[in-house]
Design a protein around this ligand. Structure first.
Ligand code: LLP
Length: 402
């Protein structure tokens, strides 16, 4: 999306504002499909990355299905028009009642621990199909907070507990239709996927009725120009070849599933904000924005790099280094040491890669409103979430007057 479109949107809808480029989302979906031309693949969008129901609706219209991690996400998916058979609930240490709730709606459930497997067996036996999430003990992910497949992680059933899994599967005659793993987020090295896939292929041979293998999400996207990303073409070629061999050995053609979040939406999103204050401190110049970690927590939480563009000075050369900070009551860095054109109070900045884990991780900290959201698709702009008001902040609060 070009800078002048973004600047116009800031003018029309005000700031802070989340903007998503629907054409970019479509391009990413096509890129993923294009990397696996000869395999039956299914994209199960990990909607935790961005659950706006209009984004979900766009995904649905483009033939993407959805992976949810809570009954609430399941209901958002229903709202966006997904049918139960298009939704998988990947549970992670949830109470069994959440599993029951999703099953009652006809949604496929992915179980991540032996205790839930046993409860499932006792209550449902082989009357419902089931997915099992395994922990392959493969290290993947950009940093420890977003690594999930390694041998110290809480996620999935450790693959070395295969005997226990099989004992429960046999005892309750469970209908295991799929195996699942997700080794982390921001995985640059395609080898990580291939290594984890080998673990899954080996385990899969012990299950007789599989239809799907789900390799999770985690593809690394570009956060700045020239950034190393997962090489999808190379991964597509190598994993397709191994998958075909596996299916031959297994004796049935399975479906290959992915659950990307960032890959589909990260680069589509921009957080637009205004410069409230330019502070010329002796140790550097600060740009204080009308947003902060309440709206985009990734820089403070993961040291994530987000590119910043001064839309009001687009096309001008970078002249100066700035530290971009938020307006919260605590250290609230957004971007450090960035070369930008001479920036003035009132300028509108775009923070890039804000489409994934931006709004969904936003809060009302400091009792501030969460931003509005706009989706632009095929030349049309849609307001897909209104800016909050004081009523939203007060909703559910109970005033006891003492
Ligand atoms: N599948 C499962 C089971 C997951 O847990 C996740 C993400 C995904 C798929 C999608 O991963 P992705 O393709 O988006 O990397 N808030 C962090 C990321 C946490 C990811 C949690 N699980 C961040 O902002 O970097």
């Amino acid at each position: 999306m070009d800078n002048s479109t973004l600047l116009n949107l800031a003018g029309t809808f005000g700031t802070p504002l989340y903007v998503y480029d629907g054409d970019k989302i479509e391009e990413k979906i096509n890129a993923l499909r294009g990397a696996f031309p000869d395999i039956r693949i299914k994209i199960k969008y990990a909607c935790k990355a961005n659950t706006n129901i209009s984004v979900l609706s766009l995904m649905r219209s483009l033939g993407v299905e959805v992976d949810v991690v809570s009954p609430q996400e399941m209901h958002l998916a229903f709202k966006a028009g997904f049918s139960p058979d298009q939704i998988t609930f990947t549970s992670s240490g949830v109470g069994f009642e959440e599993i029951e709730e999703c099953l009652a709606e006809g949604v496929l459930v992915n179980v991540d621990n032996l205790s839930a497997l046993e409860k499932f067996g006792q209550k449902y036996g082989n009357t419902r199909p089931l997915f099992i999430r395994i922990r392959p003990n493969v290290q993947g992910g950009g940093n420890l907070k977003i690594s999930t497949g390694h041998g110290n992680s809480k996620f999935g059933i450790p693959v070395e507990q295969k005997a226990e899994i099989l004992r429960l599967v046999n005892q309750y005659n469970l209908n295991i239709v799929g195996l699942h793993q997700h080794t982390g987020s921001d995985i640059k090295d395609g080898e990580t996927f291939l290594q984890a896939a080998e673990v899954m292929f080996e385990l899969a041979m012990s299950f007789g009725n599989l239809q799907y293998l789900d390799f999770g999400g985690g593809f690394k996207v570009a956060y700045r120009e020239g950034d190393a990303v997962t090489d999808m073409k190379d991964l597509g070629e190598k994993l397709s070849a191994r998958f075909r061999d596996f299916c031959k050995a297994y004796g049935r053609e399975l479906e290959l599933w992915f659950e990307p979040g960032k890959f589909l939406v990260s680069e589509s999103g921009f957080l637009l904000a205004q410069v409230n204050v330019v502070k010329n401190n002796p140790n550097g110049t600060l740009l204080g924005l009308n947003t902060g970690l309440n709206h985009l927590i990734r820089p403070m939480m993961y040291d994530a790099y987000h590119d910043v563009v001064n839309l009001s000075k687009a096309g001008r050369p970078a002249e100066k280094k700035y530290n971009v900070v938020g307006y919260m009551c605590e250290t609230d860095d957004i971007a450090k040491d960035r070369d930008l054109p001479e920036t003035a109070e009132g300028d509108i900045l775009a923070i890039r890669n804000a489409g994934a884990y931006g709004f969904t991780m936003a809060s009302n900290y400091n009792s501030r409103f969460r931003p509005a959201e706009v989706l632009v698709y095929q030349g049309k702009e849609y307001l897909i979430r209104e800016r909050e008001t004081l009523e939203d902040i007060l909703k559910n609060q109970v005033l006891i007057t003492f």
